[in-house]
Design a protein around this ligand. Structure first.
Ligand code: SF4
Length: 349
């Protein structure tokens, strides 16, 4: 009763002779945006441009984000689909999503200087695939058909890997020995959907083995976890990310599955439509693992201009992981620094 009285008193105190607007707010998810693998891949291209000069060729989008790609293009990166588009003897960077061994072979044949920016957490899945293939396992790779990461991982052991793109694929699998089967996965899937597929696999293959450690990476799981927490309170969730970014697309799906009334994926703040915000009081905001923070800040400014100026950051994890740059690049950076120091010493002498 005391609480009701208090509420009534508070409601009364906010009445100023007109009906007050409901409070509009933004719930900002954290962690969001750049992960360690994306940060490393983007820095790799930036450092390669500084060290070798433009142009530096990049096979596929270095990360799946329009803004990142166009910014690097403006600095002298040239994005290609395949190695044969790179002039012989040039420098080529392989993207964060990883490549099949044949892509390294092609680079050697064309005498390319290859710098591999594959995320170390994708490389981990490649190592698992090679190890289980060497032990003659059937490997069930859960992932999206045609995604670059899946193509790269499957290329490590094509004779042993079958793709499972959702529960409906389970019945099509051809298994040689049900005692020697393991599942692995793409790093950027929905955690819940993947576990549904695994449950279906296990009904058919009770002795199915799991990956030695989680293949869905920390960044994907953390971003999904926080969006799940805020989604039930949100009228609309806006995820900043590109349509070809698997983890960004999954964030919208996870938000809707967790109770957000609506969800939208945008590359830029200018894509937000005013009708999405009509009648909304709480807007959730997050961003995929390949999205620079400046794009999120632009979304917040846009929402602020529509009355959503109150922003509360909701944090479920702190991320401190970083990866060092690819070894081949670090070696060249060190050699260039030593040469510059020697030249400076010679000039001084
Ligand atoms: S999303 Fe995960 S696997 Fe992909 S680059 Fe980022 S850390 Fe690596």
């Amino acid at each position: 009763m005391a609480l009701i009285a208090h509420r009534q008193a508070r409601e009364r105190s906010t009445y100023h002779g007109r009906v007050t607007e409901p409070r509009k707010r933004v719930l900002l998810a954290k962690p969001r945006g750049y992960c360690a693998g994306v940060d490393r891949a983007v820095q790799t291209v930036e450092e390669a441009l500084k060290l070798y000069g433009a142009p530096v060729y990049v096979r596929k989008q270095i990360v799946h984000n329009k803004h990142v790609v166009s910014t690097l293009e403006a600095r002298g990166a040239i994005f290609v689909e395949e190695n044969y588009e790179v002039p012989e003897g040039s420098t080529v960077v392989f993207s964060a999503h990883g490549v099949a061994p044949e892509v390294h072979d092609q680079a050697r044949e064309r005498n390319l200087k290859a710098i591999d920016a594959t995320c170390p957490l994708v490389t981990k899945v490649h190592h698992e695939a090679k190890r289980f293939a060497a032990e003659d396992y059937d490997i069930l790779l859960i992932g999206h058909e045609g995604h670059e990461e899946v193509v790269g991982t499957a290329g490590e052991a094509p004779a042993h890997i079958q793709l499972v793109d959702g529960p409906d694929d389970v019945d099509k699998l051809v298994i040689r020995d049900p005692n020697k089967v393991v599942w692995l996965s793409q790093t950027t899937l929905s955690v819940d959907e993947t576990m549904e597929t695994v449950a279906r696999l296990k009904t058919r293959l009770p002795l199915l083995q799991s990956p030695p450690s989680d293949d869905i990476c920390y960044a994907t799981s953390n971003r999904q976890h926080v969006i799940k927490e805020i989604a039930p309170d949100c009228d609309v969730v806006i995820v900043v990310g590109s349509t070809n970014s698997s983890n960004s697309v999954r964030l919208v799906e996870v938000a809707l599955g967790a109770g957000a009334r609506a969800g939208h994926l945008v590359d830029f703040a200018s894509e937000i439509q005013d009708e999405w915000l009509e009648g909304a009081t709480t807007v959730g905001v997050s961003s995929g693992a390949s999205v620079p923070e400046e794009l999120v800040m632009e979304v917040l400014a846009h929402l602020g201009s529509r009355g959503f100026g109150e922003v509360t950051e909701y944090t479920t994890a702190e991320e401190r992981l970083t990866f060092s740059l690819p070894q081949e690049l670090r070696r060249d950076m060190k050699a260039a620094a030593a040469a510059a120091a020697a030249a400076a010493a010679a000039t001084a002498g």
